[in-house]
Design a protein around this ligand. Structure first.
Ligand code: GRF
Length: 209
């Protein structure tokens, strides 16, 4: 069976990248699914710890610094060339802090996955955990979704709730959310690789058994 090839874009610590490397990279994701292989990790930050994790795992890295390109479109053309060269089936945004151009999103529609630390459509954008605490919600969570042109608005693949501690404690909540992310994102990749994630005519996503 053909290997399911994944590239990951990450700007920061890369704990989600690590979860992908530990949980699905080069292991059969499900009994029916193909082997998932992380074939490249890209970043906008040359010093991102995520790149160190990739090197450690023997995965090729690439750097696309925004400052090295005159426009976002030009930068994303370079990223698209890298994705094509890697023969990637799926692009995973794991804490990638750059907005992608609409032409990039259009070109890879249904093949770009993001993880967001809230139950979308609540608290999109930056500092979702801080937004949830400030709002006083009792339950928040994690969403894995496909990327569209909006900010955290694309079709939802998986979600799981996380209770906000009482009294609200940002670091404790963040740790709980991260550990759910580390389960949900690799699981979503495995389900997609196994062909169990399909789009309904209304644009929402069905996750099959
Ligand atoms: C995660 O909380 C993810 O939901 C958000 O950025 C953070 C990345 O963390 N998009 P890490 O770099 O994977 O540790």
């Amino acid at each position: 069976m053909k290997t399911f090839r994944v590239v990951v874009l990450a700007s920061g610590a890369g704990s989600n990248l690590q979860a992908i490397l530990d949980r699905v990279h080069l292991t059969p994701a499900t009994s029916e699914g193909p082997v998932v292989e992380v074939v490249g990790v890209g970043s906008d930050r040359p010093a991102a710890p995520a790149l160190g994790r990739a090197r450690q795992a023997g995965v090729a890295i690439a750097v696309f610094r925004t400052a090295d390109f005159s426009t976002r479109d030009e930068r994303d053309e370079a990223i698209a060339g890298w994705v094509d060269e890697a023969g990637a089936d799926l692009i995973v945004l794991a804490g990638y802090m750059q907005l992608l151009s609409s032409s990039f999103v259009d070109r890879f529609r249904g093949r770009i996955l993001n993880v967001h630390p809230a139950l979308l459509p609540a608290f999109p954008g930056l500092d979702a955990i801080g937004q949830a605490v400030a709002h006083g919600v009792k339950v928040t969570g994690v969403t894995v979704h496909f990327v569209d042109e909006g900010v955290d608005t694309g079709p939802i693949v998986l979600q799981r709730s996380v209770e906000v501690p009482e009294p609200p404690d940002h670091p404790l909540l963040e740790a709980a959310i991260h550990s759910v992310e580390h389960e949900l994102l690799p699981r979503a990749i495995g389900l997609i690789a196994a062909g169990k994630v399909t789009e309904r005519p209304d644009g929402t996503v069905q996750v099959g058994a």
